[in-house]
Design a protein around this ligand. Structure first.
Ligand code: NAD
Length: 299
């Protein structure tokens, strides 16, 4: 892997984090977004990340300033990818936006450039053709707050070149991630393939009135030694996201159970402003949620 110049396309929540982390680890980073206004916002986002790096990683002012020095910002795609070894795409999770973007990128980028998508729910094979270079295209999926939640799921589609895949694993390590190879396409990658069914199973026990959230979490925590059960995790994910997922499942499958779950999440939680940890209350109240109390596991 001899990547030096990295372009991050889309500088929203995740794009700005990927760009800053990559520059922090010594790469030259071009940040691309659709307008000058969006680019200005990206600069603000980067400024907002600095105190997080100081708090969470003990980064010095010099290191943070040096990272910013290595970043440049563009609203012109051609200029942003002029000498890019790798483009990491973090544009909105909308098929049409991503397809249009890859068609333009395929034309604008030099032949050497590898493309990686950070999409959470769409598969790389959906866009492989639009890129014009399927063998140099794959997924590189980060988690929010990448400087501390440092997983990088690197996932091939059937046409990805093996050396490109190995290079991306190496790159992910070079920017401080734990590189996790996925040899086949998998919706939801590894994490959500495990987490989504787990959280759903917990919520179904609640909707079927088998047990209350605290009893369900307690069972899981005591029996497996896990620090959190499904409802504590749901508070972190956010109850709005859980509601959107159950609502979509109810509509797609006609499932009465998912419709009931969506209704419970809406009337008992969302309508009462209990959106999870972010709002101070969800299934638990914060700070100091009950599941962190040592007595929680005693009875
Ligand atoms: P966001 O809405 O915060 O940011 C999207 C950015 O893309 C904005 O700055 C927007 O101006 C820009 N944009 C819009 N159209 C564009 C175009 N045609 N070309 C270039 N830029 C364009 O979104 P986000 O949460 O950062 O998500 C981006 C991607 O990252 C999605 O694919 C999402 O699935 C994935 N992701 C998000 C998270 C998360 O927690 N937010 C976690 C992992 C992966």
């Amino acid at each position: 892997m001899d990547y030096k110049n990295i372009t991050v396309a889309g500088s929203g929540v995740l794009g700005s984090q990927i760009a800053f982390q990559t520059a922090f680890k010594g790469f030259n980073v071009s940040v691309y977004d659709i307008s000058d206004e969006a680019v200005e916002k990206a600069k603000d986002r980067v400024e907002d990340l600095k105190p997080r790096y100081q708090e969470d990683l003990g980064a010095s002012q010099e290191e943070l300033d040096a990272a910013v020095e290595r970043m440049s910002f563009f609203s012109d795609l051609g200029k942003a990818v002029e000498d890019a070894d790798l483009v990491i795409e973090a544009v909105p999770e909308v098929v049409k936006i991503k397809t249009d973007f890859y068609e333009k990128l395929g034309q604008a980028a030099p032949e050497k450039t590898v493309f990686a998508t950070n999409s959470s729910t769409l598969l790389p094979s959906q866009f492989a053709e639009a890129t014009g270079r399927p063998e140099k295209f794959l997924a590189l999926h980060f988690a929010n707050e990448i400087w501390k939640n440092n997983t990088a799921e690197v996932m091939k589609h059937p046409g990805t070149d093996k050396d490109v895949f190995n290079d991306l694993l190496e790159f992910a390590k070079a920017i401080g991630m734990v590189a996790l190879p996925l040899h086949k396409e998998q919706p939801g990658y590894i994490l959500n393939s495990l987490l989504v069914p787990f959280l759903e199973a917990g919520q179904m026990l609640l909707v079927k009135e088998v047990a209350d959230p605290q009893t369900i979490d307690k069972t899981w925590m005591i029996a497996t030694g896990s620090p959190k059960g499904p409802f504590a995790i749901l508070d972190i994910v956010g109850i709005t996201t859980a509601y959107n997922i159950s609502n979509a499942k109810a509509e797609a499958t006609g499932s009465e159970e998912f419709a009931k779950l969506a209704a419970v999440l809406k009337t008992e939680y969302i309508d009462k402003g209990k959106l999870g940890r972010e709002t101070g209350e969800g299934f638990y109240t914060y700070p100091n949620p009950a599941y962190e109390d040592p007595d929680f596991l005693k009875g």
